[in-house]
Ligand binder design. Structure first.
Ligand SMILES: *Cc1c(COP(=O)(O)O)cnc(C)c1O
Length: 453
């Protein structure tokens, strides 16, 4: 290699500002610099191998450096890398739009591309807002979101976000949204059914009083991700969808984390037979290769914009790389491989295997809750399992567990005191076994043996 590790580390600390990272902490340690990937593992510049235990931030489907995906990009690269969708079209974007509308929940027949989950959410919010204007429902100006929701980091997405640690500092810049509780069973005095009825009752009262002010409700269907992998009680999403429909409020499903097999169905909405009015996908869409996201809409939404130009109903929104041919080509190949390898069908058995492996943690004094839907797993660490007393955030127990896991050869990032395990969907049983062993050992080392970096 031309540049040594020390030179890279120095340049890293001098010039690179990392997302969601306190750079003072980052600069105090030796950075892991990834050089290549192979299957479910990543290798750093020193040759050390790590399991990708969080799918490179929840994206990866078939593993890294997959020959078919690489080839799909190369084939498209030899034709054209990029051409705009503003007034022009391209082959992969057309084919991917058709494919997405084929696999999406019923009725989502129109596809609007962008390049990240956050932009996909912005588009859904702007569509819902302008849909109301275009239909002459001027009073519909606000949105319902759920407590602890995460929809991305642009200002509109942050406005419907509700994680105080990330969002509070920007509050004065944000538009107002109405917040209802997400049905979080773990600490709810009424358990799953109490949490669910609180959510539904709050929503029902809000809709009965103020539906004419509300353009849409945005929800992370079945699993709320960034708040700590919170799984909804069964039937809750279906009831949310029913209430929205009854009161004429658009349902926006943010499937950025849950889409493409992650929960055990193609989309989390499919688990509850829910057909939203707008749906946002990103993350796994390209198999974790390139930044493509999409906002899907029903014909009903689309037709509210379809008019003579003079009526001024056009959706004036777009991005430079909207519908990028390389990204769409690799997304198509990702979806083709998912079908060929029956990835969605394989998740239930893998999820059961992971659940069995992790069940040995249930007796640990500091494991409070193990939440799982498909291959989306969160393990909540607590000071006291009996009282569910959390660890103080300053202790950074989650960070320590992930540091220990890294040492033992697995990469993941915590959500506060919740250890996230989101392996690539293609992981084999053997690989899942090795990964869960590292996670269990890291949790025991930190919470029972006092391991610290
Ligand atoms: C990651 C995520 C987003 C944001 O996606 P980006 O591509 O990071 O902008 C939005 N919603 C959910 C549910 C997510 O998990």
């Amino acid at each position: 290699m031309l540049t040594t590790y020390n030179q890279l580390a120095e340049l890293n600390k001098a010039h690179l500002w990392h997302p969601f990272t306190q750079m003072k902490d980052y600069c105090a340690a030796d950075p892991v610099i990834i050089e290549r990937g192979d299957g479910v593992r990543l290798f750093d510049t020193e040759g050390k191998a790590y399991y990708d235990g969080f799918s490179s931030v929840w994206l990866n489907v078939h593993g890294h450096c997959v020959p078919e995906l690489n080839q799909a990009i190369i084939r498209q690269l030899e034709l054209v890398a990029h051409s705009t969708l503003l007034g022009l079209s391209n082959i992969p974007a057309i084919e991917l739009a058709a494919k997405l509308s084929e696999i999406a929940p019923d009725g989502l027949r129109k596809v609007f591309f962008s390049d990240s989950g956050a932009t996909g959410v912005e588009i859904a919010l702007k569509m819902a807002y302008q849909y109301a204007r275009n239909k002459g429902m001027e009073s519909k100006r606000t949105f319902i979101t759920m407590k602890e929701a995460y929809h991305g980091d642009t200002i509109g997405a942050v406005s419907v976000g509700a994680i105080p640690l990330y969002h509070e500092v920007f509050r004065p810049l944000l538009f107002e949204a109405l917040t209802i509780p997400y049905p979080d069973s773990y600490r709810h005095p009424g358990g799953a059914s109490g949490a669910m009825s609180e959510t539904l009752e709050t929503l029902r009262l809000l809709l009965e009083a103020r539906a004419d002010e509300i353009a849409g409700l945005i929800v992370e269907p079945v699993v709320q991700g960034a708040s700590g992998i919170i799984v909804m009680p069964e039937g809750c999403l279906r009831e949310i969808a029913r209430l929205c429909r009854k009161h004429g409020v658009l349902l926006i499903a943010d499937e950025v984390a849950t889409g493409f097999g992650r929960t055990g169905a193609m989309f989390a909405c499919d688990l509850e037979d829910v057909a939203p009015d707008l749906m946002v996908v990103g993350k796994g869409l390209t198999g974790g290769y390139l930044p493509v996201a999409a906002t899907l809409a029903t014909d009903e939404v689309y037709e509210a914009f379809y008019a003579d130009y003079e009526e001024q109903k056009t959706f004036f929104h777009g991005h430079s790389y909207t519908g990028n041919p390389l990204g769409c080509a690799v997304a198509l190949e990702n979806l083709r491989l998912m079908e060929e390898r029956r990835v969605v069908e394989s998740i239930a058995a893998k999820a059961k295997f992971v659940a069995d492996k992790l069940s040995s943690l249930k007796t640990c004094p500091h494991v409070g809750d193990i939440r799982q839907q498909g291959l989306l797993v969160g393990i909540e660490l607590v000071r006291d399992r009996r009282t569910k007393e959390p660890y103080a955030w300053e202790e950074r127990v989650g960070v320590h567990v992930c540091s220990r896991a890294r040492e033992l050869g697995l990469l993941t990032r915590p959500l506060g005191n919740v250890i996230v395990f989101i392996p690539p969907l293609a992981s084999t049983r053997e690989e899942l076994g090795a990964m869960t062993d590292i996670i269990a050992a890291s949790i025991r080392d930190v919470t029972e043996q006092g391991w610290r970096p």
